[in-house]
Design a protein around this ligand. Sequence first.
Ligand SMILES: [Zn+2]
Length: 287
Amino acid sequence: MNNTEDLSAVSNVELPITEDGLLFNEVFFAVAMLAFVWLVILEKKRPLLHFPQEIGKGSYITNTTAFIFNNFILTVLRASSLFLVAQQFSSIGLLSGLSSGPIKWLLSFILFDLAIYVWHLASHHYEFLWRFHKVHHSDKSFNVTTGFRFHVFDLFLEIPYKCLFVILIGVEANLVLAIETVELLFIFFHHANLRFAFEERISHFIITPALHRTHHSAMRQEHDSNYGIVLAVWDKLFGTRKELIPQKIGLDIIEAENFLQLFFLAFVTERHIRKILAIIPKGKKRS
Ligand SMILES: [Zn+2]
């Protein structure tokens, strides 16, 4: 029928679902990874913020290890099969009546971006979700690999949420996977330790590194802002936009220097830290 269908036939993918989404997914993923490499080179050439060498290097190694581990685990768990199951129930969703095409893709993208905005906001507001999401915020550096730094449970908990999206909105799971890859490209972009031309103007439409840098501030009132992934409209609409230059990046009481510490960090909450601190004698100055 069309080129993409011909190509997916050529690529010899013998899955029951070989729709446009699968090919898009591959192309977008290649584009996202190329953009990643390009941003890494740019960051090395002219970084915006100068982090101590140890912090910068540690961040690159830890975050890349997290990416490899998370992808391995999620592949072993075959997370995408959940999507395919969800797809069986997507025929009654909001957009299920629309035929596949640019309008449906665009609407799905906008709604998905909103859904991820809501998930991100919830990740900051609910202690249970924050315990995993804070791992992402624990990076004391801010660079393109910070976009890799996620706790595997943070990514895993998102899957049923995305499945619910597939069912409620009535879009193909493959399209959601393709949109996710586009979002990945933006995740790399807005974590870049760079300043872009016309950034302030662009930031009224999409989330830029300057906006997302505020989201990585060490201060809670600052990092509880700018939850958007691609579109800037959601933060404006829901009053969560902040345009500030953070004094410090990372989280103060949380330290994780390697990948294992990163993983276990999620199981130590601020409450635990306070409890442990309470056990330690405080000396005479106790009031
Ligand atoms: Zn966040």
